[in-house]
Design a binder for this molecule. Structure first.
Ligand code: OGA
Ligand code: MN
Length: 293
């Protein structure tokens, strides 16, 4: 297994592994450490099918079955489909607007995610360039670069995150296929409190855990101050030196850290420019400090 860092704030390529067969224990631990260190890992040219992809992802923690998941690979409800393609029956094959806005997967959930894993089956291309990049921001760096006064203000604080916040932003966009969340869906994902600063289980370092997609307000703080601080934090995250973009190629398996990064899907392609991703959300269910020790 060969790891080549991007040389930027996030990102590394891992070559010399075939994900259609299980990782050795040593490679698994190396990949986990790399996930903490680089935040976004690309395993290029992977040809594994759905079962092996699911097995690979499951190695890192239990897979989530999304509350709003209408689209998944046959017999694999834990493998979601993100796509703008239509089936031969004229019905959508996948969720066509996933992640279009800065967010952290599962921050709205009591049980948070360690990582998301996407396997690119179809990548839109125009004039020889791939479209639909995925952008990331480094929340280890964002925390480190906060002014000391702000670090002190955030220490020990929590914020409320709500699944419906991002859902409604997406649902009310022109052309959205999303329906209002049902009371049952809402009951399954009620708003939750999350620490604003958390110790990353892979690095042992502090990260800023707040994102514009789901974070509503800082608990126990008056509304005005909470709004000002969150607004400040979201702008701080936008610093150019925290940004990394992944430009997709078909066959890429991309695994990203969902504790130490925020991400955004860039929708710069048209409905006839086809994108198809398999997706596995890895919940943080293992003893990661022990695994990377
Ligand atoms: C996701 C997501 C981004 C993309 O799967 O949670 O945000 O580029 N995807 O598809
Ligand atoms: Mn996402």
């Amino acid at each position: 297994m060969k790891i080549t860092p991007s040389g930027r704030t996030l990102g590394a390529r891992i070559e010399g592994v075939d994900l259609s067969t299980p990782l050795s224990d040593a490679d698994f631990r190396t990949a986990l450490r790399a996930l903490g260190q680089y935040g976004v890992l690309c395993f290029p040219r992977q040809t594994c099918g759905v079962p092996a992809f699911a097995d690979f992802a499951r190695r890192f923690g239990e897979l989530e079955i999304n509350v709003a998941n209408l689209y998944f690979e046959r017999d694999f409800p834990e493998i979601m489909i993100l796509s703008n393609m239509m089936g031969s029956d004229g019905k959508p094959l996948g969720l066509n607007d996933a992640g279009q806005g800065w967010h952290t997967d599962m921050s709205y959930s009591k049980d948070i995610a360690l990582a998301n894993v996407l396997h690119a089956q179809k990548v839109p291309m125009r004039n020889g360039k791939s479209l639909g990049e995925t952008q990331f921001r480094n929340m280890h760096a964002a925390y480190d670069e906060l002014p000391e006064e702000m670090k002190a203000k955030l220490e020990g604080r929590s914020a409320t995150h709500d699944f419906e916040k991002f859902w409604e932003v997406m649902r009310t966009r022109p052309g959205s296929r999303r329906a209002k969340l049902t009371p049952e869906q809402k009951a399954k994902k009620p708003p939750v409190s999350q620490p604003l600063v958390r110790v990353h289980p892979l690095t042992g370092r502090k990260v800023l855990y707040a994102n514009p997609g789901y974070t509503m307000s800082i608990d126990g703080m008056d509304e005005l101050e909470s709004g000002l601080i969150l607004d400040y934090l979201f702008r701080h995250q936008e610093r150019a030196d925290f940004l990394y973009a992944h430009h997709w190629a078909e066959g890429d398996v991309l695994m990203w850290d969902n504790i130490g990064t925020v991400h955004n899907a860039v929708a710069d392609y048209m409905p006839y420019e086809h994108r198809y991703m398999r997706r596995a959300q890895v919940m943080a269910t293992l003893d990661y400090p022990a695994l990377v020790a």
